[in-house]
Design a protein around this ligand. Structure first.
Ligand code: FE2
Length: 296
């Protein structure tokens, strides 16, 4: 039996809006499995040998270190900034202090691998025009109670750049997302007017880290207005497809509940992924980055 991708209506909605919500994409059993696996990982990781990396999409934030830059083929744990006191003490239990886990769950964790590399996702990728989809990276976003940090308006292709841009996010709600716990909001159609005018790169040299460079010949677009964002209902089990040029954001989680989500990004294998990108997938024995293919 051929696994169905998106319907023509869904494809045209995605093309028009730059995002698409597929409610009940995951069964409640699968949601529970992924949630429990997340909780298990959070309870198991070791604080003792952790370099206390923090992650933020804020351009000023210091996010560059080996732990982060070397995470493309590992499962690593990144802290919320709000999990530390001004003097650097952890003020939350470790399971409630992690912002995200990344970036190779799709390879290294069998539960997450099942929910990533499968016929359904292959069919979805094909319906939205991918010829040779690669899974570039995967993350669990924890959005912890009280401290789950806000993610300012951004476009994913800035962080996961191919030439031409091709990233598409697959984002699964593992808990109900609400205005209180930091649900996603989007500027519908912004993928059509908001250019990818810069990209995040790896900086080597004295100070390893990340930075941004302008993309030559591409004008930066205007900033979106607050009132342009919409926040659709997004219950647990929903898959949100997010075009890499779409402006989206999420607010701080001020509630007493977490907002776990699993997300991975596909890129088009036919396009150029160069070694300026901050995220570098180690090579295979034959050479060439060892991307996870969605097609055999
Ligand atoms: Fe994003």
């Amino acid at each position: 039996m051929v696994t169905q991708g998106l319907t023509p209506e869904q494809v045209s909605q995605f093309e028009q809006n730059g995002f698409l919500l597929l409610r009940d994409e995951l069964s409640s059993e699968t949601v529970k499995k992924l949630y429990n696996e997340t909780a298990f990982m959070l309870s198991q990781f070791s604080l003792a040998d952790h370099p206390m990396t923090k992650f933020s999409t804020d351009e000023e934030a210091h996010i560059g270190d080996d732990y982060f830059l070397g995470s493309s083929d590992k499962i690593r744990f990144f802290f919320e900034q709000g999990a530390f006191s001004p003097t650097g003490e952890l003020v939350k239990p470790k399971a409630k202090a992690i912002n995200k886990i990344g970036h190779a769950l799709h390879n290294l964790n069998p539960t997450f691998n099942d929910s990533t590399v499968n016929d359904r996702n292959r069919a979805i990728a094909q319906s939205i025009g991918f010829k040779n989809p690669y899974v570039l990276q995967s993350m669990i976003i924890c959005k912890q109670p009280e401290i789950g940090g806000k993610v300012p308006s951004h476009q994913d292709s800035v962080f996961l750049y191919t030439d031409p841009p091709s990233a598409v996010g697959f984002w699964y709600a593992l808990e109900d997302c609400t205005a209180e716990n930091g649900a996603l909001s989007f500027v519908p159609g912004s993928h059509k007017w908001a250019n990818i005018a810069k990209r995040m790169i790896r900086v080597d040299g004295n100070r390893k880290g990340t930075g941004f460079i302008k993309i030559e010949g591409v004008e930066a677009s205007r900033e979106p207005l607050d009132e342009e964002f919409i926040m659709p209902q997004c219950p647990a089990g929903t898959l949100v497809l997010i075009h890499g040029s779409l402006l989206h954001k999420s607010e701080t989680n001020r509630s007493q509940k977490s907002r776990y989500a699993y997300t991975f990004h596909m890129i088009e294998g036919e396009y150029k992924y160069d070694n300026l990108n901050w995220l570098q997938v180690p090579p295979t024995e034959e050479g060439g980055a060892n991307f996870t293919r969605l097609y055999a």
